[in-house]
Design a protein around this ligand. Sequence first.
Ligand code: TMP
Length: 236
Amino acid sequence: MTKLEQLYEGKAKKVFKTDDENLYIVDYKDDATAFNGEKKGTIAGKGVINNIMSNHMFQLLEKQGVPTHFVEQLSERETVVKKVSIVPLEVIIRNISAGSFAKRYGVNEGIVFEQPTIEFSYKNDDLGDPLINDYHAMALKLATADEIETIKKMAFKVNEVMKAYFDTLNVTLVDFKLEFGKTTDGTIILADEISPDTCRLWDKDTGEKLDKDRFRRDLGNVEEAYQEILRRLTGK
Ligand code: TMP
């Protein structure tokens, strides 16, 4: 496998072509942004942790029957993934009120929902990733009705697997964001990353935030929180 030219650079990762037309290499950066890139910084070691954690989660999900883009970890920061075209929807599952949900509806953080919620944002930085519903997503041809149904089912399944797993690590899975991709044959699989950048993770006993909210809200001990999550996941 040879790493060829860079295809794309996002806020947290770079994507490279390879000599296999069906495979890409992702390279995780320490760069951190929030509020659609308005706040910028670095979290030392984040790229390494997010790479290891994402691969750990993708392998767990694969075992539970969720297809993902994961192929093979190459190095601390690099992973081989299946080539997909990303469905331009950010899929957000919530078990507990927090973040934009609490703000939008004027409620406290920490309300435990009787059943998880799902919402979509249109993945478009120029527009600030606006909230979008199924009908608007279909009208804009971002996904078909069948694809949206598949994505919803997979997202709730991911939630069940991840919630149960984090519970064993004494971590509450509050909410998270997923992205899905379409392979060349049109199959929908889980893509992007699963990391403290894309999940809210609270210590079950103390409620301490162990995720990117420490950076977003200037809570301090950002690196330590990422390391603590990695330690609970891998024992390292
Ligand atoms: P929100 O409460 O700000 O809408 O965030 C919900 C979840 O989605 C939270 O776990 C953080 C994650 N998220 C991302 O991964 N990327 C983003 O750009 C945003 C806004 C949130």
